[in-house]
Design a protein around this ligand. Sequence first.
Ligand SMILES: [Zn+2]
Length: 995
Amino acid sequence: MAKLSEHGIRLSAMSPTYLHTNSTSHTWPFSAIAELIDNACDPGVCAKQMWIDVTKIKNELCLTFTDNGNGMTPIKLHKMLSFGFTNKTGNKSHLPIGVYGNGFKSGSMRLGKDALVFTKNGGALSVGFLSQTYLEQINAQAVIIPIVPFNQQNKNLIVTEDSVPSLEAILKYSIFNTEKELLTEFDTIISKKGTRIIIWNIRRNKDEKPELDFETDPLDIRIPDINSEDGAGKKKTYRRPEREDQHIPESDYSLRAYCSILYLKPRMQIILRKKKVKAQLITKSLAHIEYDVYRPNFNNKRVKITFGFNCKNKEQYGIMMYNKNRLIKSYEKVGCQIKSTSRGCGVGVIGIIECNFLKPAHNKQDFEYTKEYRLTMQALGQKLNDYWKEKKTKKSQEEADSTDMVEEPRTVPDQVWAQCETCMKWRKLPPEIDPDSLPENWYCNMNPDPKFRDCSIPEEPEQSDDEMTPSYEKASKKHDQSLERKRWKSLEQEKRMQHSQLASITQRKDHSETGESEEEREEEVGYRTRSCSASLSTASGCSDNMNEERVVSSSLGLNSNKRKQSLKNQSWNKKRFKERAEVLAVPSSPDAAQSMEYGTVNSTMEGQSNSSDDDLIIIDDGATEGSKGSITHQNTKQEETKTVDFPNLSCINNITEENSLNSNGPVYHATAEKVLISEGTQTNKLAVIKKIETSSSGTREPADSHSNMTSQENIFTQKANEIDPNATTKCTAATIHFLEKQLDQARNLLDERTTERDCFRKENEEQTITIEQITKQLMEYQENAIQQVKATMRASLMENVNVVGPESWSLEEIKAYYKNIVQERDDLAQQLENAVKKMENCSSESKQLKEQLGKVEQERDQFKLEYEKMKHNLKASTNKGDDFYWTKKSAAAYRYSELELMRSEVEKLKGQKVELEEKLEEALRCNALCKEAWDPSTSQEVAQTNSVLTKLKSLRVKVGHLLGSVLPHLDLKDISYETDIIDEILEKVIEANKL
Ligand SMILES: [Zn+2]
């Protein structure tokens, strides 16, 4: 039990001054109101509606908050009003917002000095009183919270340890002075359950005006636009202090606006001063919505961020940060939005994130300033910048595309959502519906979409954060990626060039023409080197994605037999993009990858050197006929390629590079033809290499060439190529010198190859001999093996047959024997078959017999049955003769029983007779007694009577004598004195004489 205070009311061990101190965390009044709203929609309360009103009760300005939630028991109410409790629990989808359980106390005491809580939960009506005035007046040392419970049915006070003094305190110090007034207040909670909070002694400014403005808008509660100088000269404002820009969001000073965005997904209707607050499904109310995903490195969760443009007010923008569905920070500027230098960047962009991983501050208007918070803000800034760039690029592209579109299009939300009045579920409406045309009260059954036209249908599921992926590919990222890819590509190709230096030398050689080829060997690498390095430098140093097409290469895996046709029909220019993509994706073959060249290929045909300006190289993979070769061309932007169908020409390729594009690189102009001559069966290899690489090629070649060339038994010869005289005009002596050097190196290389080839041939011969020997051995071994197998087979055969035959049977004999055996086996098989058949017959016969047996048995059973029946009938008829006997027997029994009955009756009668005899005896005795009593002789009474009679007789005689003496004529001689004649005479005499 809670400790009672000296006033007899439960104590909440906390100093009364704490009530005020605690409330000061809410610097912004709306943050206090939000606490009270939170309480109503927390799990456990789950109010569907909350009414916020401003009323006067007994001339006292009051703020009231009424909800139709579950209400509270007196104990719960006590916990809510006192300190040190929090038993808020929730589930995964509905978490309680406040973790401190302090929201009501800090919130209510921020708004006014005194508060009464009326709550009913279906069983009890409870009133709680949290009042600074009361505590001051009674000089309380600790916070005392009077709580009075009533029975909800009969409205009688429920007497608890402190209910009576609590009621007294409330009636004395609150605005309600009678019990009846107090109970009447419960009627304002219309539903059976719910809570009503009345706050009075509203906080006022120094000018005695309430700090909240209830008058400007009778349908709203506003924070007045005051910037009054406080005592300390500090500017006092109730606005959120962090706003430094000009555009203060409406939600900062209008409770209606604030309530509309207070919850990420509004589940409770707020009716502010009799008018419903139009809740916003903020994530769906934006235009050009995109989703991004934030993966904090401090936990493994994915967090969805919604970006979009504010459709209502372009000037209100920033990040809306929620925590467990509740708005914590609004319009928080991040990324490019905060930079003063990038004015106009990120304007209108709203970002929405639910940061359940961050801990809100005490007043739920900010997050605790932790490392996690800073990281989150940083990430938000970056992602907002990405979104802004993406949308900006798109917009500028669109503007460029359509020149006539000058006016900015109206921003409308991407989606239209409505909330059902009954079930509070949110429903997506078709895009053609104008959100302004929706009625004030919208219900599920008004949904045009039949799939969601009933309150019982669950809400459209949202993509969970865990499976969330960004909804758009960021152009900036794409750009970065393409740069990265290009860089990688050039590196890769540089590598390949080093690896294929051997192949870069133009060669044309037949086995028999080794000598000739040396004479014909020509060199033109110098020119190519320049073009190649130019391309390389521009590609690797390129930061402008407009130039990314500069490097174009294509590769073809070709059979040299088909090469002519394929190349003739190839139109490089048209397909270059596609081909490039293919090449980048999959090299057509290892050979192709190896021989992929990076540079402009230059070659001039003998006697047809008509290339005008620059170098052309033809690459041909050094492969034998039938083997795969591949050709790679590197083209440049705006190149012009033309395919000329020369007889005997494999490929003609024109390349033009405009030097205007490469102002930084070497000036390079080419409109030359690239010609590959393929005469007869000769294979060619022409390529370009970098100057430096070429000079170092000597050291690297052996390894490469060994794998590349010797394996294919190629002999390289070089085809003589003539340099175009026009081109050579530019050549300096140094170049010629360099070319000569190259030529020498190539010659050396060729010599090496030749020796290597010879070595290989020798080796090959040796190997061939070895192979022959092995084959011979193998044959011998095979024969031996066959013999052995035969022998063992024969031996096993003998054993199996168990016939001791001649030591060495001839094959014929064995065959004959075998034949016999086979014959025997067949006979046996035949016999077996016959036996089986017989058996089958037998079994079928037995089956038939069995069937017959079954029938017979059935018949027998039938007979048996009949026999039994007959037997039974016979018995029945025999029983008829026994009837008499049974009757007799039963009659005897019957008689016997009758006799018994009679006997018992006789006994009874005997008893009666005895009784009667007894009675008779008694009666006789009585009679005797009576007789005795009536016998006079024996009776004393009789004697007495006799004496009396005698006395009477004597008396009568005396009377006679007397009468005779009186009356002489009276004759009394014959009178009997035993009768009463004398008596009569006496009476007559007395009468006559009137005596
Ligand atoms: Zn509904």
